[in-house]
Structures are given as structure tokens and as C-alpha cells.
Design a protein around this ligand. Structure first.
Ligand code: FES
Length: 139
């Protein structure tokens, strides 16, 4: 079930069923993302720019954000070369701007980092949801 957290400026959206448990969020910005707290997201823990920078690093798309005054919108695009990296025993990481068209016909613009399933067992294809660890994917 989707949850939303706001600081009045932006809203962070968390989709737990999409989370790949990369732990990047709480290792990168523990003042905001702390899985030991309830709620686990404290929007007062850091400034808006720091929260945006951290959320943009979420590889699965479980964490996204939008500006409250502009309604739901895509984050600003970045001027970076797109890099595709097959991680050992893990997902296909894509760094840069991409448009993902899934089998259901959804068209999603993604920025910064995206993790696509390489093991074939994700419950959230085409994105990685961390299942590769549970099944012991080797490649
Ligand atoms: S590569 Fe992560 S779930 Fe398939």
C-alpha cells in the first residue's frame, strides 16, 4: 500500500511492495529514512534538497517525490550520460534518463537510477524487487 510523507514543500511517496531493499535511503540519509522508527520517514530530518537528492537514488522506484505546489509531476531531468551496468548476481542498473514501457502498457519516465530485473523472478517486472537475493540468482 502506497504511503505519502510531506514537509509542506514536497511529498515523498513510498511503495513498499516495489522496494528492492537496496538500503540506500537509510544509509544515505538516516535522519529522514529510519526503518526502526514509526513512521519510518521523518520529513523534518533534513532539508528538501537533501531529501530529493536521496529519493532520486532509489533504484527500484519505491521512493518518488513531487512538489506540492505543482501537483504530481516528474522530477527534473538530469544531464547525464545513460549507463547500463549488469551488477553481479543482481539487477540491471541504469544510470540516467530513460523511458520504461512495461508489458501492461505503462509508460514511465525515470531519472538518475533504475534497477531492472535480470533474474526473471521479480514480482514487480520490469523492475527489480530484491527477489534475486531470495532465489540465489547467480550471473
Ligand atoms: S534481479 Fe532483482 S528481482 Fe530479479
Amino acid at each position: 500500500m502506497e504511503k505519502k510523507y510531506t514537509n509542506g514543500d514536497i511529498t515523498v511517496v513510498w511503495k513498499p511492495d516495489v522496494c528492492a531493499h537496496s538500503t540506500l535511503c537509510w544509509k544515505g540519509l538516516h535522519e529522514v529514512f529510519n526503518p526502526k522508527n514509526r513512521p519510518w520517514v521523518d520529513m523534518k530530518g533534513a532539508g528538501t534538497d537533501a531529501i530529493i537528492a536521496q529519493v532520486d537514488k532509489c533504484p527500484s522506484g519505491a521512493l518518488t517525490w513531487y512538489r506540492n505546489d505543482a501537483g504530481a509531476q516528474e522530477p527534473e531531468s538530469t544531464e547525464v550520460e545513460t549507463i547500463v551496468e549488469a551488477t553481479p548476481n543482481g539487477p540491471l542498473m541504469i544510470y540516467g534518463n530513460i523511458r520504461v514501457k512495461d508489458s501492461a502498457g505503462n509508460d514511465t519516465v525515470r531519472h538518475k537510477v533504475t534497477a531492472l530485473c535480470r533474474c526473471g523472478s521479480s514480482g514487480n517486472k520490469p523492475y527489480c524487487d530484491g527477489t534475486h537475493k531470495k532465489i540465489g540468482f547467480q550471473d
